[in-house]
Design a protein around this ligand. Structure first.
Ligand code: ADP
Ligand SMILES: Cc1ncc(COP(=O)(O)OP(=O)(O)O)c(N)n1
Length: 563
């Protein structure tokens, strides 16, 4: 029967799924880190569990073999088990090396009075090196313990001992032995083909009570790094069973993880014998090793990373002339005409972000921003472009329009107050101009980012339009560009007022929080892609501000250091 064919008969449905299962390994110590409790704790963590360990025995071993075994008094194992069990709810137990009959008795007695939902028993008898890890006279005690397990995971030689037969020479014989052991104990048995000769390394989950045999195929991986594979597999299965509550799925996933770890074992270069598997290879390659930066760190880092762009914007003749009121009307209106064209498509990209957003709050935020960019902003533009005059006055109530390109704004604008444009979105003058090369380049960047469909990267690309304008507005309002910008008689007073709009500042705060949270949760590669998109948009902002007075010498960009 294939894994997919099993219907779930006898799947151990009593197990309640737990996101981070608390898993106890009762096993021996391998100081070389490849087998025993060391392998168990790594395996439990690697597949998503919280690992604990009660040590049955200390071995002196490395990748070449076992040199000595020391078994502390069994009563001390009992103390370890009680200390854990009396304080911590245990979702699964994995049992490994038990050393002798006294140790087995302590474990059996503890299991009798402890309710553990998942018990996986790896009946460790002899290491691959040939060294004994269980006293010969302890086999009978081990047999007594077997029915306490939900799953037993013997290798080929251990299976033969448990079945009281000669080691299986074929895979079919191994499955037959596993059926016999399952029938005798009531437990599931995982027959393992690791010690079989041949190109395949199959496993089979055998359950006599439900007459099911689920086979897991797989080519043998050519590696010497097989030390501790049995320990690692059984711990991973215990953890995954506690999480998934389905033996077939737990074994399937544990095997997929083990095979990936086996493939990377040799690259660890641990020891000259049979080295360990690389328990975290998959996590290391997929998740990265460094702790992700917090949203606030990303905010500071990205902002510092465009210090050069912001500095260059501050020095632009357009910004300086806008601030001190000397900007001629023609370049100002030219700027507004391009900004109107920009906003029309920027709103489309905001709407695309809303479409891609994974939750309702983000969806509403981007949709509201798209609406604000179209309605609030374009009304303001239309007022200037159709009438050619300054709409409204500084501080007109209800003027909640943001800066050019600033979304997230609503309310009556100066243009509406001036009554010049009843329907700005259709006012011919608003969109009369052709987009110039700078506007086209910025929009191409945003539209292409939107079309690629990566929500986080798109959100990062949209952010500079909020952030740079609000920063500029706050500093203009604070007089950083000269007192003239605060003068109600300034020719562009009502326009400058929109830069410092509190509603826009609030929307910008939301956008920063949203994007930096996405970046903190992203993989390093994705975070980097977000950062690149953010930086590119910031550079487009600079070009956009420079364009109206492009004949003036543009400031040079001295790129700021960024992480
Ligand atoms: N070279 C290999 N390639 C692929 N899988 C392997 C290899 N060696 C062992 N395994 C797998 O590792 C797990 C442990 O098996 P095994 O080595 O038989 O047990 P033990 O480590 O208890 O002796 C099984 O899932 C087995 O199929
Ligand atoms: C302390 C300790 N426990 C168990 C083993 C056996 O490990 P296992 O996973 O069965 O694999 P091999 O190392 O025997 O291939 C051990 N060596 N030490």
């Amino acid at each position: 029967m294939s894994a997919a064919a099993e219907t779930g008969a006898g799947q151990g449905a009593t197990v309640s799924a737990r996101r981070v299962p608390r898993v106890l390994s009762i096993a021996g110590s391998d100081p070389s880190g490849g087998a025993g409790i060391q392998a168990d704790l790594k395996s439990i963590a690697a597949v998503g569990g919280y690992g604990m360990s009660a040590v049955t025995a200390l071995t002196a071993q490395n990748t070449r073999g076992v040199r000595a075994v020391h078994v502390p008094p069994a009563a001390f194992l009992g103390e370890q088990l009680d200390a854990i069990g009396e304080d911590i709810a245990i979702d699964a137990v994995k049992i490994g090396m038990l050393a002798n009959a006294s140790v087995i008795e302590v474990v059996a007695e503890w299991l009798r009075r402890t309710s553990v939902p998942v018990v996986v028993l790896d009946p460790v008898m002899v290491a691959t090196s040939g060294d004994r890890l269980l006293d010969a006279d302890a086999e009978a005690a081990l047999r007594e313990l077997l029915p306490r397990a939900d799953l037993i995971t013997p290798n080929l030689l251990e299976l033969a001992v448990l079945a009281r037969e000669a080691p299986a020479a074929t895979w079919a014989e191994a499955i037959a032995q596993a059926e016999a052991v399952s029938a005798a104990t009531g437990a599931r048995v995982l027959a393992k083909g690791g010690h079989l000769p041949g190109a395949d390394a199959p496993d089979a989950l055998v359950h006599a009570a439900s007459a099911t045999v689920v086979e897991f195929g797989g080519a043998r991986i050519a590696t010497t790094a097989t030390h501790g594979t049995g320990c690692s597999l059984s711990s991973a299965i215990a953890t995954l069973q506690a999480e998934l509550g389905n033996w077939t799925e737990a074994v399937d996933e544990a095997r997929r993880w083990l095979r990936e770890s086996l493939r990377h074992g040799e690259s660890l270069e641990v020891g000259g014998g049979h080295g360990p598997v690389s328990h975290f290879a998959g996590l290391w390659s997929r998740g990265g090793l460094r702790t992700a930066p917090a949203p606030r760190e990303i905010e500071a880092d990205w902002w510092a990373g465009i210090a050069d762009v912001r500095g260059a914007i501050d020095e632009l003749p357009f910004i300086r002339a806008l601030a001190d009121g000397t900007l001629a009307r023609e370049p100002f209106l030219g700027y507004l005409a391009q900004d109107a064209l920009y906003l029309r498509d920027y709103a489309r990209v905001l709407a695309e972000a809303s479409r891609l957003a994974p939750d309702a709050a983000a969806q509403a935020f981007w949709a509201n921003s798209a609406h604000g960019a179209l309605v609030g902003e374009l009304e303001l533009h239309a007022g200037w472009l159709s009438g050619g005059g300054a709409p409204g006055a500084l501080g007109v109530p209800g003027v909640t329009g943001g800066a050019p390109g600033a979304p997230g704004v609503t309310g009556t604008t100066g243009a509406a107050d001036a009554g010049r444009s009843a329907d700005p979105l259709h006012a011919a003058a608003t969109f009369a101009a052709e987009p110039d090369a700078t506007t086209t380049a910025y929009l191409d960047h945003l539209l292409a980012t939107g079309a690629r469909g990566d929500y986080a990267v798109l959100a990062a690309a949209l952010l500079p339009c909020f952030w740079i304008y609000v920063d500029l507005g706050e500093r203009l309002a604070a007089g950083d560009f000269g007192e003239r910008a605060l003068d109600p008689g300034h020719p562009y007073a009502s326009w400058l007022a929109t830069y410092a709009d509190p509603g826009f500042a609030q929307a910008t705060r939301q956008a920063i929080d949203l994007v930096t949270l996405l970046a903190a949760d992203a993989t390093p590669a994705r975070r980097e892609a977000m950062h690149r998109a953010f930086r590119a948009s910031a550079e487009h902002e600079l070009a956009f501000f420079a364009a109206p007075l492009a004949h003036e010498p543009a400031p040079r960009l001295a790129r700021a250091a960024s992480r």
